[in-house]
Design a protein around this ligand. Sequence first.
Ligand code: FES
Length: 102
Amino acid sequence: MAWQEVLTSEELVEGQGVEVLHEGTVIAVFRHQGLLYAVDGVCMHQGGPLARGKLSGGTVVCPWHGWMYELSTGKNAVTCQKMLNTFLVRERDGKIEIDASS
Ligand code: FES
């Protein structure tokens, strides 16, 4: 495990994503329905910014053309094909931390 702080807790508001650059990877971090998620931040369709997508029922909807991804699995919500990497994320002592080593 290699937990690294990427945000403070205050920076991650319920229902909104934040894009972070972690060890060269763009990651979208979300607080949704009280849970934390971290997935690849670049849409596999045409590169839309997933951190700016709407959240609904455990999915993020890309703001550019509407592709939907499950936050917990990285799967396309329509095809069920895994398209995004997911990352371990936790909140500790007022910080949001990611382990992108696995
Ligand atoms: S770039 Fe995300 S749906 Fe097209």
